[in-house]
Each structure stands twice: as C-alpha cells, then as structure tokens.
Write a protein that binds this ligand. Structure first.
Ligand code: NAD
Length: 368
C-alpha cells in the first residue's frame, strides 16, 4: 500500500519554526515506529508571493487536492500588509479552504492538567476538559446573498443573509456524529431556532440525520446563547458541539480561551471523502505568524504538533499514534517545560522552540 501523503506548507513568520519541530516528529515516526509518510513541501502566503507573485500557485493548489492531508503553519506579516487584497498572504489560505471545500472546521478545546491554572476559570471547571467544536465553515451568514451596504429611505442599511441548505447542514452534522463516535458519543447542536428560521431548519435536519443514521449517538439541542453560558459555567458537560459558521466562530474562540495560550491550539478543516475514503483535510494551528517573536526561536510548537496529531487521528486512522503524541506533550508540560507564552505570573525560565520539540521527542522515546 502507498505511504500516506502529506503536503507541508510552513508559510510565514513562526510557521517554518514550529513546522521544523513537526518534521522532527515525522522523522521519529519513520525511525522508531516504521511509519513513513510521503512528504512534499511547498510555499504559501507571503513566502509564495515573494517567490511567485501569488500567495498560492496553481501547482501547489493541485498538489493539495491530491494528497491525503495538508499541514499548514501560518501566513501573513507586516511586510505584506500593503499588498493588494487579491494577493495578500491570507488569500492563499482562503483559496485552499474554498477549493478543497473544507466545510467542517474542528476546534478542540482541551485543557492539560499542568496548564489548568492558566485558564480564567476555576481549575476544577477546566482541568481535564476535552471538547470539540465543529463549525460549519463554507456557508451561512458570511457567504449568503444579498449582502452589502445599501441606501434606503435616505439612510444606509447593512445587510447580510443567513442561508443554509439542507445538504449543507446534513454534511456537517454527519461530520460531528462521526467524530462523536470516536470520542464520548455525544453531540450538542447549537442554533437559535427560537428566533431564526435557518435555526429551525438546522435543528430539523440535524434531528433527521440523527434519526436516520446515528441513533447510537446521544443528541441534544441548545440555543447558542445558552450554549455560550454553559461553556463558561460547566464546559465538561459537552463532548462534540456542532454549530453554524457565525455561532461557531464565536463559540470556538470562547471555548479555546478556556484552555490558556494560543500557542497550544490546533485545528482541522475537513471536506468530503476522497476516492480512498479519507476526507479532504487541512490541519493548522489556530495562531498566526506571530511577527513579534518570529525568527527568535521562541515560538511554542505545540499547536502545530497537536495539529499533526489530529492529522494522524482523522486522516490516517492512527488514533494510537495521535494519543502517543498528545501524551508526550502532556508529559513535557507536567515536567514543567515551558515556552515563554506558557509562563504564568510567577515567571520561570522559558525554553526555545527547538528545545520544546526535543523534550517532546524525548517523551516519545520514553513511551516506547
Ligand atoms: P498571532 O496569532 O500571530 O499572534 C498573537 C499573539 O500571540 C502574539 O503576541 C504572538 O507572539 C503570540 N503567539 C501566537 N502564536 C504563538 C506561539 N506559537 N507561541 C508563542 N506565542 C504565540 O496573531 P496576530 O498578531 O493577530 O497576527 C499576526 C499575523 O498573522 C497577521 O499577518 C495575521 O493576518 C496573520 N494570521 C494568520 C493566521 C493563519 O495563518 N491561520 C491566523 C491569524 C493571524
């Protein structure tokens, strides 16, 4: 059987620095676990603009469509801020998401015990937290028509349209139910069916998909505003939350911050299954290119490493290997190894990007 294929797009700023640590783990997996990936690397964002005058070439786009998974670092930086909108680094990322039709955005909120003090919530509320927010990414109010600023009766009117088709709701619901089966087997669907027709349809379709295909999974519904409250009150009641593009944007950011630093947060964006049954997929840390610390070897590589762990689990069916990587991260944190972003008010001596990667490799070695 062919090796699983991975396209690495490290991008700009700290992207290449954190990706270097993932590459060490990929090499480790080949050497110590006999798992070899067919890895190709290419440019995206400002780096691609510098080399080719575009943030993503057609050839890179074509390669992204072929591989089993794309792993992206980060794009952007002040050097590119004045570029025309059409060639800004972010356009490369948006093109990947759009052309791969990555409709299901997975944002885990997981709290490692060693970092529980970092949360703005009480330790017992967040310690051991492990929830997954599934956000619909390609439709809803960010894309619906009509949209624009119009003049009506002598004043300006801003209009956006929340629009969802049944099939758009059904496919993201399936994605959430499938995930729940690999986790705690619970899905909570959030919308505002009390005030929005699109919310009524959302609730109906999620219920229909559940009835027809996923009765083994526990399903509940919650209004999104109540969901936001419950996320702060007792987040551990949730396993998988599925919601639309706008509510998902807000709820996933709120949930992510329950757990501490931006340098810890991975994400996945999944599309429809390919011929080999694997979903189209792109994995990336939630953080950006962090120009303020780029080139200084200070960045926390854990978000990127955990994004790779998500690829192992969701694209390559290597859940055990993903857990091994996550446990190695947990061990290193429990041992007190910290990059600068993970130092609390009491301070301490931070390690650099590469030393954090090496500590995780040592923990992986110890796991054998
Ligand atoms: P950012 O995430 O790059 O940085 C915000 C803050 O968090 C900074 O202080 C940074 O030093 C810190 N930080 C982020 N990641 C870290 C890590 N791994 N380790 C330690 N500290 C970390 O967001 P920003 O400053 O708003 O944006 C900077 C650039 O990144 C902009 O050009 C923006 O457009 C771009 N951006 C890209 C993405 C992406 O590629 N997906 C996402 C967000 C922002």
């Amino acid at each position: 059987m062919a090796n699983p294929s991975l396209l690495i797009l490290a991008g700009d700023g700290i992207g290449p620095e954190v990706m270097a640590e993932v590459k060490k783990i990929i090499t480790w997996m080949g050497d110590k676990r006999g798992i070899t990936f067919d890895v190709s690397e290419d440019l995206v964002g400002g780096a691609a603009y510098d080399a080719h005058g575009t943030p993503l070439t057609d050839a890179t786009m074509a390669r992204a469509q072929e591989v089993d998974a794309v792993l992206l670092g980060a794009v952007g930086g002040p050097k590119y801020d004045k570029l025309d909108f059409s060639v800004k680094p972010e356009r490369g990322l948006l093109r990947l998401r759009k052309e791969m039709d990555l409709f299901s955005n997975l944002r885990p909120a997981q709290c490692f015990d060693a970092l529980a003090d970092f949360s703005s919530l009480k330790k017992d509320v967040v310690a051991g937290l492990d929830i997954m927010i599934v956000r619909e990414l390609t439709s809803g109010v960010y894309f619906g028509e009509p949209r624009g600023i119009f003049t009506e009766g002598g004043e300006r009117v801003g209009i956006n349209t929340q629009r969802y088709t049944e099939s758009e709701i059904a496919r993201v619901a399936r994605s959430a139910f499938e995930l729940a089966r690999r986790r705690g087997n619970k899905v909570c669907s959030m919308e505002k069916a009390n005030v929005m027709e699109s919310g009524i349809l959302w609730r109906d379709v999620v219920t229909e998909v559940h009835q027809a295909e996923y009765q083994d999974v526990e399903l509940s519904h919650m209004y999104a505003d109540a969901g936001a409250m419950q996320l702060c009150r007792w987040p551990k009641q949730f396993d998988v939350i599925v919601t639309d593009n706008l509510f998902g944007d807000l709820l996933s950011d709120a949930a992510a911050m329950l757990t501490g630093s931006l340098g810890m947060l991975p994400s996945a964006s999944l599309g429809a299954p390919m011929a080999n049954g694997r979903p189209k997929a792109m994995y990336e840390p939630v953080h950006g290119s962090a120009p303020d610390i780029a080139g200084q070897g200070k960045a926390n590589p854990i978000a990127c490493i955990l994004s790779f762990a998500m690829a192992l689990r969701y694209s390559f069916d290597m859940g055990d290997e993903a857990t091994r990587v996550e446990k190695a991260v947990e061990k290193v944190l429990a041992d007190g190894v910290r990059t600068g972003d993970l130092l609390g008010p009491e301070g301490g001596t931070p390690v650099g990007t590469s030393a954090m990667g090496d500590a995780i490799l040592a923990a992986l070695d110890a796991s054998l």
